[in-house]
Design a protein around this ligand. Sequence first.
Ligand code: ATP
Ligand code: MG
Length: 412
Amino acid sequence: MSKLQPARGTRDIYGEEARRMSKVVDTFRRVATSYGFEEIATPIFEFTEVFKRPLGEASDVVSKEMYTFEDRGGEEVTLRPEFTAGVCRAFISNGMQQNLPCRLMSNGPAFRYERPQKGRYRQFHQINAELLGPETPEADVDQIAMAWRLLKELGLGDKVILHLNTLGDAESRAAYRDALVAYFDGYKDKLSEDSVRRLETNPLRILDSKDDGDKEIVAGAPLLSEHLNEASRAFFEAVKAGLEAVGVPYEHDERLVRGLDYYTHTAFEFVTTELGAQGTVLAGGRYDGLIEKLGGPAVAGVGWAGGIERLAMLADIQTEANRPIFMLPMGEAATLKAFALAEGLRGAGYTVLADRSGNMKKRLNRANKAEARFAVILGDNELEAGNVVLKDLDSGDQSEVAFDSLVSAVQG
Ligand code: ATP
Ligand code: MG
C-alpha cells in the first residue's frame, strides 16, 4: 500500500512548527488584549451567501477558491476562506450593535482552493482582528499600530514594510471606476479573459491581476489618487499623520488594491521580501459597507488578518520545549509515592514524566536523551528515609532531598 498522505494543500502540524505557530497565536492574544480585544470563535462553515455577498462574485476568492458544497440537508455551505465576513455575520446575529465599539479577535483555520507551494496552502491558519463601530481614521491607526506591535514582538520589525493605500469612499471609487473603464476599454483585445470579465463586474480587480500581459497594461492605468474627493483625501491624511505619531514606517503604494471587494478608504499590507510570491504576512483595511451588505445596520469596521504559517516561518522565535523532570521509581511502593511527588511538581509549573521500566542506567540514558533537567530517583531505601535522590542532569551532581523539599530543591 502506498503511504497514506493528507489531502493536497493540507498538512499535519507538529513539533517545532506547532510550537512556533502557538507562539504566534499567544503573542497575538497578548498584544490584542492590551488593545482591549476579546475573543470570538465563529463557525468554520457558514451559509455560502455570508461570503459571496461581501467578498464579491468577481473576487478570486469567491470565483475560484472557495470550498463550497451542499450538505446532506441540501444547504449551500462554504468553509470559511477568511474571518471578516463570518465575524460581521456574528455581530449582526447577536445584536452586538447595542455595545459599540466591538473589538473582536479570532484565530483558526481558513480554506482556499489554491495551487499549493511554500507558504500557500489549501488549509491555512489566520489570526484576525476586527474593530467595529468607529468611522474615524484614528481607528485605522489603532488597528495598524496593533499589527505593528505584534510584528515587532515577533522580531519582524526589520523584515517587513507596511504598504499603505486609500481606496477612497463610494463617490471617489465610482469616479475612478469610470476612468478605469474608459482606459481598459481601449485594451479589450489585449487583456486576459479574466480581466475582460472583470471590466464588466469590477474593473478595480484588474489592477490586482497576476497575468503578465495585464500587468503591463495596468502600469499605464489612471491612479485612484487623481479621483479622490476632499473627504477621502482628508481621511487618508489623518491616517498617515496617526501612523507617523505612533512611529509606524510605511510606503504609499498607489497600486495596492486588496483582493476582496469590501474595502473602503484604508487598505494595507505588511510585506516581506523573504518569502517570494508569498510575501504578504498580514493585511487588512476598512470595510464600511460590509455589515449593511450582509443585511445588518450601518456600522463601520476596520480589521486585518495575518497568516500564521508565514508569520511562524519568519518570526524570530525561541521555541525550546519545556525541559521535563523525570521520575524514576524502583518498586511498587516507590511508584505510588512518585505519583504524589509528580503532582506536587506539576502544581508548581513543571513538566514531569515518569520512566518506570528497565534498569536505572537505561532509564537515566532515556532521561538524558529527552533533555530532562532533573531525574528523581527513589526506591525502598529512600521511601524509608522519607527522601529522594535528585540528580541534576546538567552537572551530574546528585543529592538527597526530603519529600516535602523537592519543589524548592528543583527551583534551586
Ligand atoms: P496572497 O496575495 O498571498 O494570496 P491574500 O491577499 O489572498 O494573500 P488575505 O486574504 O489578505 O491574503 O489573507 C491575509 C493573510 O493570510 C495573508 O497576508 C497571508 O499571510 C495569509 N494567507 C492567505 N492565503 C493563504 C494561503 N493560501 N496559505 C497560507 N497563508 C495564506
Ligand atoms: Mg490570495
